[in-house]
Design a protein around this ligand. Sequence first.
Ligand code: HEM
Ligand SMILES: [Cu+2]
Length: 604
Amino acid sequence: MATTSLAPRAATYPGRRAWLYEWLTTTDHKKIGVMYVTTAFLFFMLGGVFALFIRTELAVPGVQFIDPETYNQLFTIHGTTMIFLFVMPMMSGLQNYIVPLQIGAADMAFPRINALSFWMVPLGGILLFSGYLVGGAANAGWTGYAPLSTQGGSGLDLWIASLVLLGFSSVLTAINFLATIFKMRAPGLTLLRMPLFVWNTIVTAVLLLFAVPVLSAGLMMLFIDRNYGGGFFDPALGGNPILWQHVFWFFGHPEVYILILPAFGIVSEILPVFSRKPLFGYKAFVLATASIGALGFSVWAHHMFTTGAVFLPFFSFFTFLIAVPTGIKFFNWLATMWRGKLRFSTPMLFALGFISLFLIGGLDGAFLAVVPFDFHVQDTYWVVSHLHYVLVAGSVFGIFAGLYYWFPKMSGRLLDERWGKIHWVLLFVGTNLAFFPQHLLGLDGMIRRIVDYAPNPGWAELNFLSTIGAFMIAVSTLPFLWNVFVTLRKPQDAGDDPWDGNTLEWATTSPPPPYNFESLPPIRSERPLFDLKHGAVMDHAAALPAGAGETHDETRADPPEESLGEPLEGHDAGEARGEATPEVSEAAPDAVTHDERPAKETKE
Ligand code: HEM
Ligand SMILES: [Cu+2]
């Protein structure tokens, strides 16, 4: 059959600036992914510095060095940055890099729109922070409740503009992922053979499509109220401030799943690989993910119990209902590890940290679904604790798990395990130290979003502990950054498949060529690479350049050795890359050594 040449043309802009020009104008999903990840990490550090200011002020009772107005801006910008400029772009970045690889595609469906989506993120960040140049940034909290948000200075208008822009970016990205995943999967990769990271990307994209436009609409109403005499949220003009809360949380609750589902996906990729078992209950897991997504739209008003304007039993019941699919996932994760051959490499440690800490965040969230309890702790530090157990323990641990897991794919180099473990210990201890005491403070009635607190018995100690924890979290990023810095100086020696992975991203070189794959293995299950290496589809094996033919503890019915032939030397990526022909060919690059095999079998 014909050979399709996807060879990239030589760089058209030679010279010293070619490299910069290449990155600024790229439409390669991998480069865009790397830019997303780097940008998001910068915002993580910026948002972290804001958190340190907050925690330093709160270390001891009394107002030390931050006045109340500055404080309001600090937590507003901290929350907004962490959610919209760190977690969301970070997840988009990982998805950008990995999803096309996992489905065997050459790029995203709309590469230029993909680039546009990315460039909106730094612009959105500039808009948000430029509030500080016009007399003060937004100060109404990340939830922007009216009437706080209908007052206030231009910082709030910039906050609105920033969120509309970032929302636009998210919607475009969501459309792009849906088109890519539904239209560009490799032959054989049916929906129920897709990696769970891809499934979680679909559900996240659908949530974005339905939730973000609602926020954008609300933000525009707010903008009209603020600037053009509208009265959507002003009772004096016939409006209603509670309306804002409905609109905001109709977006805001699905948003929480937008932040957390990709982390579920990452963890569900890592656990099977590091337990050397298939994911337990794949279909149940897919179903649970979809139902979490659907139920996510039925619970928005659990953020509004104390307004007295919502039907409490309904929203309480549906909130509890979400615990069911989430519980199924926990069960699946634990059953995946059960009797597995566990390897405690850094990605696995972060995945385990995710599971244990997210459990706390899930449980203290279930407390909040109990209406009388919620009345007691509404707007206290219990909520701050809950949301950070979900977002730091959940999203952040998931993100680091993914970064350690896929770093070798992105860079060709494995991060150092020792530094990784130091990072993990500091982050794990720091997270608990920072956020566990806040449970107790919340129960005891300490209010959130306030610059000072009474020197009640125990409060000073608990707050001090929390501040130490926050600094530990900050310190924990240093070994990570050092690790990345040192590792990027080393030669590319990770090989194509350093973790003995299951999914297609490990079937190409590290980093992959611009067109992603020389050839694809046959796809007969949700673990095509495992099948290839370990024998479920022996007749069709050997389409891969590297990593093939190792023996494995978990044997399947048909021993693969005779059809796999010689394994290539080790996992030497350099070798595979060096000799790669820039073409996607029907025949595998190593087909010469297997010429007894009919070429048509390599690709369906
Ligand atoms: C890395 C360490 C972090 C520390 C030490 C920290 C600390 C804090 C503190 C002390 C507050 C409460 C301010 C107040 O209510 O007076 C706060 C609020 C908040 N944080 Fe964090 N945070 C961290 C990371 C994150 C991350 C990763 C996210 C999200 C992904 C996040 C999202 C939020 C949100 C949404 C709020 C609420 C803001 C508001 O009340 O409007 N934080 N954070
Ligand atoms: Cu919610």
